[in-house]
Design a protein. Structure first.
Length: 110
């Protein structure tokens, strides 16, 4: 999405506050869109809790969403070249879905 350069070729400085730098753990992503925006909600689902709590929402223009997709694809390719294929157990065919880490509603294990 960004290669640390702006259109003039000058370095782009990004400020990251300590609070944001801590990050939020999310194991569920819900993606919706309209004609003008993509909305990415990142949530945390935990066994035994009835609701997933949204931890972060990112709203992108369609062009930026496509750039993000390309950047993720490129980084996943680099990761797999360095560390091996990322295996997704019980992967479902492509189509509209959420990204869930485990069978929601099933029994949790410790």
């Amino acid at each position: 999405m960004a290669d640390n350069k702006n259109q003039q070729g000058q370095g782009l400085q990004i400020e990251l506050s300590q609070e944001i730098g801590q990050g939020q753990y999310a194991n569920l992503a819900v993606i919706t869109h309209s004609s003008s925006d993509f909305v990415l909600d990142f949530a945390r689902v935990l066994p035994g809790l009835p609701k997933a709590q949204v931890k972060s929402r990112v709203i992108l223009a369609p062009e930026h969403a496509k750039r993000l997709l390309g950047a993720l694809q490129e980084n996943i390719m680099r990761y797999e070249q360095a560390y091996g294929t990322i295996k997704i157990p019980n992967q479902q065919p492509a189509g509209p879905r959420t990204i869930a880490p485990f069978n929601v509603g099933g029994q949790g294990e410790a």
